[in-house]
Design a protein around this ligand. Structure first.
Ligand SMILES: Nc1ncnc2c1ncn2[C@@H]1O[C@H](COP(=O)(O)OP(=O)(O)OP(=O)(O)O)[C@@H](O)[C@H]1O
Ligand SMILES: [Mg+2]
Length: 286
């Protein structure tokens, strides 16, 4: 396991309540693991603890097979961090920002021009990033988080504020990095992104994992076996839904198959959002 978290608890200094309680999860090498959960559930806090932006947790965090507490500065050589709030040098260009950031690393770095191109930031753009739009700034932060070729990449809402084209580009970039062997730990409110990108997701609710698994496993586990039938009645096409686990509904479905002209039958797949609602009794915001 690249990341192993056991009985993690954390309370902000001065706060009366703990944000995280008894949090357990693991991330395997090359996996894209997604944290999903409502606003304030502790997703960013967990990522800040794992990247050592925050200190003072209880429980055990092990990364690259070693306790986080005993890792030296070399830890930062091996991780990439892309968090929500852009903290770029606003007077420098995107390229200058990446060049500047590269100097902090002793190990090999990727050339800025390749990273900028991957994130659709034209090198010819010589404006200071202070003049960039919010989405563009976030893409500079994304590019910056990759300069040191991280083995473990932390992304806090990587597609928030991106238009659909750039959100897809970022999704493909994350997938490609994972396929090339990097491990990714991301948070998102975008259920479609989580569904199409993550190998596994964990639902964080009130500082604990309420459910964890692959999107497919979770959807199947929470699927109510429902079929929707379209049938021809004279000129009209009608549609009806049936719950196969409810005897009366199932009987009605079988009767309909016998007696009516059925045109199509579809099983109803729940979305990850439906799973979230069932697991937590809440809707995701954002
Ligand atoms: N610096 C801080 N000091 C005190 N409390 C904080 C601080 N940062 C966050 N919190 C509190 O910790 C809780 C978890 O916040 P966190 O930012 O980890 O949530 P999140 O799951 O990332 O939410 P979101 O979906 O809005 O990004 C919230 O109740 C928040 O108010
Ligand atoms: Mg957050």
């Amino acid at each position: 396991m690249i990341v192993s978290v056991r009985e993690l608890a954390y309370r902000y200094p001065g706060a009366t309540e703990s944000v995280l309680r008894d949090l357990d999860f693991e991330i395997a090498e090359g996996e894209v693991f997604g944290f999903l959960g409502p606003n304030g559930s502790g997703k960013s806090t967990t990522q800040k603890l794992l990247t050592r932006i925050l200190r003072g947790h209880q429980g055990r965090i092990s990364v690259f097979g070693q306790d986080l507490e005993t890792q030296g500065v070399a830890y930062h050589e091996r991780i990439g961090v892309c968090f929500e709030i852009p903290n770029l040098y606003e007077k420098l260009t995107a390229r200058e920002n990446l060049d500047f950031y590269r100097r902090f690393y002793a190990g090999p770095c990727d050339p800025p021009e390749a990273l900028l191109a991957e994130l659709d930031l034209p090198e010819a753009d010589r404006r200071p990033v202070g003049h960039y739009s919010k989405g563009m700034k976030m893409r500079v932060v994304l590019a910056r988080s990759l300069v040191n070729r991280p083995k473990l990449w932390f992304l806090d809402e990587p597609t928030s504020g991106q238009d659909p084209e750039h959100a897809v580009r970022i999704r493909d970039l994350v997938r490609a990095r994972a396929d090339a062997g990097s491990t990714v730990f991301l948070t998102t409110h975008d259920m479609h992104l989580a569904d199409t990108l993550c190998d596994r997701v964990g639902f964080l609710v009130d500082g604990r994992i309420a459910s964890v698994g692959s999107p497919r496993e979770l959807k199947l586990a929470h699927a109510r076996r429902t079929v929707r039938v379209e049938l021809r009645r004279g000129e009209n096409l009608e549609s009806q839904s049936f719950e196969l686990d409810e005897p009366a509904s199932k009987a009605a479905f079988l009767e309909l198959l016998r007696s009516e002209r059925v045109e199509t039958i579809h099983t109803q797949e729940p979305s990850l959002e439906d799973v979230f609602l069932e697991v937590t009794g809440r809707r995701l915001l954002g």
